[in-house]
Design a protein around this ligand. Structure first.
Ligand SMILES: *Cc1c(COP(=O)(O)O)cnc(C)c1O
Length: 408
């Protein structure tokens, strides 16, 4: 890959706007808010034009000028693909609404879009000389951290709630992380990571506690825009836990407009949560700027079981500014949507992705989503990582097979 200068100028506190130096290890701002990466957008405009992208490899590194890594040798990659956008015409016909497009992020390394964020976080850690990373996780982020750290020759320490899906725990351990199960939720695990920073000399890679995972997730917005020929959809439904992806895409659209690659039109951003853990929805409905921590969080959609999000105000801001909304769906609707999509379209969504379809279906019926709106739904992980219902009918080979009886 050719050497490209990046256009990073500084980091900025998302709460106060205060500037921070970029080329040094940074966590949160002094006021405890996430730091956002800022770029010299004029320089970027002069350096790259849309047609330049056509000659580049697919995947998130094609947006090098929009990303913070300065030296190509620090890029840590596991072959990130450009994820397909799949139309769902049968569901569309069934529901009677507008175009439904599913961006299938399950194709990425480690089977989830956490790969985008961690590819950037680990590459930047390498660039800044960090060799040991730690994080609390509900599963997918830990798997991506473990994989990218092993790829980079770094150590990783991952802390999961004890009821994290077994497949995630095993995957994390197998990919080289020191793996721990704690009797609490992700926020409790986050406390262990934060408090252990001095004793263990690890870097806290928790959602939004370092500036670069957002930049990785931002590539979903860049990629979506490019794939749709720079015409953003009318509405985006995003399964929201910590909200990195929603915040990242919103940032991508802002940067794309600033360099003149898209116009002013923004998709309505819809934050989808599960009824058993819906702090953002509650804050949205109450008109609050911040969300209160959710008690007794539970849902089959582990990736969005996040009782308190550091970037709550950024999520709420994007949702409101875009004219979108926040909405929660029950686990049984999530399961029904997963099954319906698999049967009708041959796409096996993860429960979090299925939550966006459940929300789409219900809010189309309620009129909150318009019949002519072109919608993009995010399927954030491969459905194969999650428990599936038992199936298959027994055939006794000692008996003569009754073929007529096979079609049910
Ligand atoms: C992490 C995760 C989410 C939530 O993503 P955020 O950007 O942190 O809100 C949704 N679905 C899956 C499968 C995840 O792993």
């Amino acid at each position: 890959m050719r050497e490209v200068t990046t256009f990073v100028t500084h980091l900025e506190c998302s709460g106060t706007g205060r500037k921070y130096e970029a080329d040094t290890v940074q966590g949160l701002s002094e006021t405890g808010k996430p730091l956002l990466v800022r770029y010299d957008l004029d320089g970027l405009t002069r350096a790259v034009e849309k047609p330049d992208l056509m000659d580049r490899e697919p995947g998130l590194w094609r947006y090098r000028e929009f990303l913070p890594v300065r030296k190509s040798e620090n890029i840590v990659s596991l072959g990130e693909v450009m994820t397909p956008i799949l139309a769902a015409p049968r569901l569309r016909a069934k529901f009677g609404g507008g175009e439904i497009l599913i961006k299938d992020e399950g194709r990425l390394p480690t089977g989830s879009f956490k790969a985008r964020g961690l590819a950037l976080a680990v590459s930047m850690a390498k660039e800044l000389g960090i060799t040991r990373m730690a994080m609390p996780t509900n599963g997918n982020a830990g798997a991506a951290l473990a994989a990218y750290c092993s790829r980079a020759g770094m150590e990783s320490f991952v802390f999961c709630p004890e009821d994290t899906p077994e497949v995630n725990i095993r995957e994390i351990a197998l990919q080289g992380a020191e793996t721990f199960l704690a009797n609490g939720l992700i926020n409790d695990c986050g406390r262990i990571v934060g408090e252990g920073e001095t004793a263990m000399n690890w870097f806290d890679t928790s959602t939004l506690k370092e500036p670069y995972r957002i930049e990785g997730k931002k590539t979903m917005g860049l990629e979506l825009a490019e794939q749709l020929d720079w015409q953003l959809p009318d509405i985006i439904l995003y399964p929201t836990g910590g909200g990195t992806g929603l915040i990242g895409m919103w940032k991508a659209f802002e940067e794309l407009e600033a360099i003149g690659w898209i116009g002013r039109k923004r998709p309505r951003m819809v934050a989808v949560q599960a009824s058993g853990c819906a702090p953002i929805v509650k804050a949205y409905e109450q008109g609050a700027d911040h969300a209160e921590p959710w008690r007794d969080a539970h849902t089959i959609a582990a990736g969005i079981r996040v009782p308190a999000a550091l970037g709550d105000f950024l999520i709420l801001n994007a949702v409101r500014e875009s004219g979108g909304f926040a909405v929660a769906v029950d686990d049984d609707l999530i399961q029904a949507a997963q099954e319906e999509c698999a049967r009708e379209e041959g796409i096996l969504l993860c429960p979090e992705g299925a939550a966006t379809l459940a929300a789409y279906k219900r809010e189309l019926a309620s009129g909150r989503i318009g019949k002519s709106e072109r919608a993009v739904l995010f399927n954030c992980a491969t459905g194969l990582k999650y428990p599936m219902p038992a199936a298959g009918r027994f055939i006794d080979l000692n008996e003569k097979t009754d073929y007529e009886a096979l079609a049910s």
